[in-house]
Ligand binder design. Structure first.
Ligand code: URA
Length: 232
């Protein structure tokens, strides 16, 4: 018979990810950075309602990021979205507002969405980590691993047909750790019945508009065509 901890471990790390999803980080987390698996909310894998999932994720304390953040930025949009955008993690403005992509990078994302006929109401926007890393640093592999069950649960509940990975962290975490955004942007990948497209993070575009703006624009054109093909 399975012990309680067996069941929790199974439900959080094996039943949770999208089928076929590889585990990316196998190294052990340093003591005190990531709480034990046994501490995780046991019900995540069983949740099939986005509001219930939100309530559960808002209570998440699986890594230290929550201590330095105002709150958990769950993500927002259509609970039945065909397209999901995944960024890196909340920045200062997102942490203050409790909403994803509402700072400068979010304004650029909004512009690109609108210019290609999409609205925030019809898509879903989430991040790899749900709490702001201090000083906007890159989340550590341990923080990503701790938070990934939350995103996997979102993907499982929303069941998007298309996922747009914004930047290296989202692309490498969700598609393939060997991806390079400069080389692989604009490419489509099929995994577990979902079509993924890699593109730049909007913040990277803001830092280098001359070289990246036209390219991200092309990627959104490709997204629009794929959406028409799959969902039109
Ligand atoms: N950058 C991200 O990756 N996510 C946000 O929500 C905002 C900025």
């Amino acid at each position: 018979m399975k012990s309680r901890s067996d069941i929790i471990q199974h439900s959080l790390f094996e039943a949770e990810p999208v089928p076929g999803q590889h585990r990316l980080f196998s190294g052990r987390a340093p003591e005190n950075t990531v709480p034990r698996v046994e501490d995780r909310p046991a019900g995540l894998a069983a949740i099939d309602d986005l509001d219930l999932l939100r309530q559960t994720v808002l209570k998440c304390r699986q890594c230290c990021l929550r201590e330095g953040a105002r709150g958990v930025v769950f993500g927002e949009g259509n609970p039945k979205a065909d397209i999901m955008f995944v960024g890196e993690g909340p920045g200062k403005t997102e942490d203050e507002m409790g909403r994803p992509f509402v700072g400068r990078a979010g304004q650029l994302l909004d512009l690109m969405l609108k210019s290609h006929g999409f609205s925030r109401e019809e898509i879903f926007i989430a991040n790899i980590v749900k709490c702001r890393p201090p000083g906007n640093r890159l989340p550590t592999p341990q923080e990503v691993e701790a938070c990934l069950p939350n995103l996997m649960a979102q993907i499982r509940v929303i069941r998007p047909k298309i996922i747009v990975t914004l930047g290296a962290l989202a692309s490498q975490t969700l598609i393939n750790p060997g991806l390079r955004v400069t080389r692989d942007r604009g490419k489509w990948f099929e995994k577990d019945g979902i079509s993924y497209i890699v593109t730049f993070h909007p913040a990277a575009v803001l830092r280098d508009e001359r070289n990246k703006k036209r390219l991200i624009w092309e990627d959104f054109g490709s997204l629009k065509r794929k959406y028409a093909e799959l969902c039109g």
